[in-house]
Design a protein around this ligand. Structure first.
Ligand SMILES: [Ca+2]
Length: 170
């Protein structure tokens, strides 16, 4: 256990079926007690070990299940951030194929904003400029803030056959 003063929070390792042994924070209330991120996703345990604090940073040793036991840095300011970013997806895009194959579709990227992270990161299931097959493709957009809160948004890109390749009536 590790007391955060003057914030009046307690950091500790706890285990539940959903997150394995993970890092938790509590302000002493039920609603204020929750897992901090999930360093080792799913039920895998990250076995966190709280080392020290320096200013806004808390240093934690933890195993994400991929890279072994490593040092992680948490922002105390971001511990209170449980609100995911909002994401604004561009309008659906329709582009014309060249011939019968798919072709790159360029679209304006999404934008995200967050209550505490100035620039949330954005990741796409199909990046702008990817080759899309003919037909409608759903594009997932994930916005992530500095505290690891995620929001998934969707947009669509439709690639239709080039008009000159459409079969004409006999
Ligand atoms: Ca946030």
């Amino acid at each position: 256990m590790f007391a955060l003063e003057p914030e009046g929070r307690l950091l500790f390792a706890a285990s539940d079926a959903r997150g394995g042994l993970a890092l938790w924070v509590s302000d002493g209330t039920e609603t204020g007690t929750r897992m901090v991120g999930d360093i080792a996703p799913g039920a895998r345990s990250s076995n966190p070990w709280i080392i020290s604090r320096s200013g806004d940073a808390v240093f934690v040793g933890a195993d994400d299940g991929i890279h072994g036991f490593e040092l992680w840095r948490l922002s105390v300011r971001l511990l209170d951030d449980i609100t995911p970013p909002t994401v604004k997806c561009p309008a659906d895009v329709t582009a014309e194929a060249v011939g019968s194959l798919g072709a790159p579709v360029t679209y304006e990227g999404a934008s995200a904003s967050d209550d505490l992270t100035p620039k949330p990161t954005l990741a796409y299931s199909h990046a702008p400029g990817s080759v899309f097959p003919i037909g409608k493709t759903r594009v997932g957009v994930v916005a992530r803030d500095g505290a690891g809160n995620l929001l998934l948004g969707w947009m669509s890109a439709r690639r239709r056959r080039a008009s000159s390749s459409r079969p004409r009536g006999a």
